[in-house]
Design a protein around this ligand. Structure first.
Ligand code: SIN
Length: 293
C-alpha cells in the first residue's frame, strides 16, 4: 500500500511526493516505493522538508556512496559531501558555486562513473527567479529521427570538467582549478546513447557543459552532431520548469535527465545544498543490445 502521495509534474518527467518526512528513518518498503518512483519518473520533488546536513546526507546515502565535488572550497567544512550552490558573497568571497549549472548538463558526466542522481535542498530562496529547468534524456532520445538514432547508436563522446572550468574561469564566474584539481579530473569517454541500469531505457548522454567532442568522426561532423543533439535536448516544449518552494528537496536522475539553472537577481539570496550520489560506468546501446541477443 502506498505510503506517500505521488502526483505527476509534467508529461515526460517528474513527480511530486507529499506525506513523507525524509528526516525520519524510512523502512525498507517505504524506501523501495521512493526508489521505484525515482527510477520510473527520473525526477522527484519532496515538499515541506526540514533537513539538517546530517539528515540530507543520511537520506542521500541510502541510494549509494556520495561524491565530493572537485572544487572542495565550495563544500561544507564539516560535511564535504554537501556542495553549496549559491549566489551569496561573504567578505567579498563566494560562499558556494555561483554559476552551478547555468547551462544544460548532467552532474558528473565528466567522471569515469558519472552520478546516479543529485539531491538539491532549498535553504534560502529568492523572491524572484531561481527556477531550475529539467528535460528527460529518455524522451530526448526517443523523439530523435530514426536516421539520427542509427548514426549515433554506437558512437562515443569525450566529457571534460577542466574544459568547462576553463570557460567559466575565463568569464570570471568560477575560480580556475589548481594543478591537483585538474589532475584529478582528466577527460573521460562515454557512449553517446546510454542504457539506464534500472529500467533498460535508452538515454541521450551528450550535454552542453562537459561534452567536448564525438570520437571516430571528422571534427566538423562532431561539432555539427553535438550542436544538433544539444538543440534537440533543450527544445522548449520538452522542458519542466521547477519553481522552488521553501522546504523542497529535488532529487533528479543524472542518467535520465539534464538540467539548467536559470539564476536570479544578484541582490537576492539563493542558498542551496546539494549531495551527489555516485553511479556506475555507463553502458552504451550497442553493448546492451549485443548482450541481449
Ligand atoms: C545544479 O546544477 O546542480 C544546480 C541547479 C540549480 O542551482 O538550480
Amino acid at each position: 500500500m502506498a505510503f506517500a502521495t505521488i502526483t505527476p509534474l509534467s508529461d515526460r518527467v517528474g513527480v511530486e511526493i507529499t506525506g513523507v518526512d525524509l528526516a525520519a528513518p524510512l523502512d525498507d518498503a517505504q524506501f523501495a516505493e521512493l526508489r521505484d518512483a525515482f527510477d520510473r519518473h527520473s525526477l522527484v520533488v519532496f515538499r515541506d522538508q526540514r533537513l539538517t546536513p546530517d539528515q540530507h546526507i543520511a537520506f542521500s546515502r541510502r541510494f549509494g556512496e556520495l561524491e565530493i565535488y572537485p572544487l572542495r572550497q565550495f563544500t561544507l567544512a564539516e560535511h564535504p559531501e554537501i556542495l553549496i550552490v549559491s549566489n551569496v558573497y561573504e567578505d567579498g568571497k563566494p560562499i558556494g558555486l555561483t554559476d552551478a549549472g547555468s547551462y544544460w548538463h548532467s552532474d558528473s558526466s565528466y567522471r569515469p562513473e558519472p552520478s546516479l542522481g543529485s539531491l538539491l535542498f532549498a535553504h534560502e530562496l529568492p523572491a524572484q527567479g531561481g527556477d531550475t529547468l529539467f528535460v528527460s534524456a529518455h524522451a530526448a532520445y526517443d523523439s530523435l529521427p530514426a536516421h539520427v538514432k542509427n548514426r549515433i547508436g554506437g558512437l562515443d563522446a569525450e566529457h571534460d570538467y577542466a574544459w568547462r572550468n576553463t570557460i567559466q574561469s575565463t568569464n570570471g564566474t568560477r575560480p580556475k582549478m589548481d594543478d591537483a584539481q585538474r589532475a584529478a579530473t582528466p577527460p573521460v569517454i562515454h557512449p553517446v546513447v546510454t542504457v539506464h541500469p534500472a529500467t533498460g531505457r535508452p538515454a541521450l548522454f551528450v550535454n552542453e557543459a562537459f561534452t567536448t567532442r564525438i570520437l571516430g568522426v571528422p571534427e566538423a561532423e562532431s561539432r555539427e552532431l553535438i550542436a544538433l543533439l544539444l538543440e534537440h535536448v533543450s527544445r522548449p516544449d520538452a522542458i519542466y520548469r521547477h519553481a522552488w518552494k521553501p522546504g523542497d528537496l529535488v532529487f533528479w536522475d543524472n542518467r535520465a535527465t539534464q538540467h539548467h539553472a536559470t539564476g536570479c537577481p544578484p541582490e537576492m539570496r539563493r542558498v542551496m545544498y546539494r549531495t551527489t550520489v555516485k553511479g556506475s560506468a555507463p553502458v552504451g546501446l550497442g553493448v546492451a543490445s549485443a548482450a541481449a541477443r
